[in-house]
Design a protein around this ligand. Structure first.
Ligand code: ACO
Length: 312
């Protein structure tokens, strides 16, 4: 049997840091309000000339190095993003060109903030079906380009960045299970139109309630389906949207916050980049170690949601 495992990770954050105090100079808000309601202290913002592709490539180079993999070994590229530089060619094709990766399947995957977890599911299936030996999966976002900087309800939440993983075929299971889903009936509570100058629109409170009501069930189900309990888990690596959502989920699961990887405070919500960024930071900080059991879980516009159980 063929399985898929994470061979290496990498991440990239733009240099410019925007603090809550900086935001309070632009809109009617305070550091205290943002910290208390979201857990966010600062976020990284791409420069005007920096593209989603460039951030994706920077993260990918680090993941390739960590995986001891050459670009010409990659035979699948998937970029999870809802902020591509162009509608087409895909960000994945731009990454392929920039890294000189030989012809192979390359495409973008759009599931808003759930994009990376959807990507893990897709790559896992490409590998287990024998179509792919080494895949590059990236989550990369320029959320700063699509938020309304006059809207204090949304502009305080988001940041830019990219995270990447090399996933390769293996004889023993690394990716144990993935579960992804969506409910288009909730399409209007969080959306970004395709018209020029459109900005992200969100009914924050509705998204908040749905997330808090769903995420522990999503996490509980994937564990139960693998005959595992929460006690088996080494790390929860959640989509970094709001500390109160993460705390409520951990509490309902009976998981201590010490077992949750948090990057929200200094990254904000980087949409599809948030989980691979948190995973890579967790590895860099030597919290996440080989052999440990990781649960990734996310929700986002669509609504979409998903989880991945991984033996790292
Ligand atoms: N500073 C000060 N006051 C503010 C701010 C701000 N930045 N933003 C809103 N307020 C005010 C509102 O105007 C409101 O005032 P009012 O009562 O006088 O009308 C009050 O604060 C409360 O507003 P709520 O929207 O009810 O605040 P809430 O506690 O729900 O927090 C938040 C808002 C942080 C957006 C929260 O709802 C949230 O995190 N929602 C989830 C968002 C999310 O996770 N999105 C992820 C998906 S993103 C994707 O898929 C791309």
């Amino acid at each position: 049997m063929i399985f898929a495992k994470i061979a290496g990770t990498g991440s990239y954050l733009p240099k410019t840091i925007l603090s809550n105090a900086d935001l309070a100079e632009r809109v009617d808000t305070t550091h205290e309000w943002i910290l208390e309601r979201t857990g966010i202290v600062s976020r990284h913002i791409a420069s005007l000339s920096e593209t989603t592709t460039e951030m994706a490539v920077a993260a990918a180079k680090k993941a390739l190095a960590a995986a001891n993999t050459l670009p010409n070994e990659i035979d699948l590229i998937v970029v999870a993003t809802c902020t591509p530089d162009k509608n087409f060619p895909s960000t994945a094709c731009h990454v392929q060109q920039a890294l000189d990766i030989p012809p192979c399947p390359a495409f973008d995957l759009q599931a808003a903030c759930s994009g990376f977890v959807y990507g893990v599911s897709v790559v896992d299936q490409f590998i287990r079906s024998g179509h792919t030996k080494k895949a590059l999966l990236i989550g990369a976002e320029s959320m700063s380009r699509v938020v309304d900087w006059q809207d204090r309800r949304t502009c305080i939440l988001f940041g830019d960045g990219a995270g990447a993983v090399v996933i390769e075929a293996a004889e023993t299971p690394g990716i144990l299970a993935t579960q992804v889903s969506a409910d288009g009936r909730e399409k209007d509570i969080l959306f970004l139109d395709n018209s020029p100058g459109a900005t992200l629109q969100m009914q924050g409170n509705s998204v908040f309630k749905l997330a808090v009501n769903q995420l522990d069930k999503i996490a509980g189900k994937i564990l139960a389906d693998q005959n595992l309990t929460i006690a088996a888990l080494d790390w929860l690596i959640p989509h970094q949207a709001n500390i109160r959502i993460i705390q409520a989920t951990a509490e309902k699961l009976g998981l201590p916050m010490e077992k949750v990887i948090l990057t929200l405070d200094h990254h904000g919500n980087t949409s599809a980049a948030s989980i691979p960024l948190a995973l890579d930071i967790g590895i860099q900080q030597q919290k996440v170690k080989r052999g440990q059991l990781l649960l990734l879980e996310a929700f986002g516009g669509g609504l979409t949601w998903g989880s991945a159980l991984i033996r790292y």
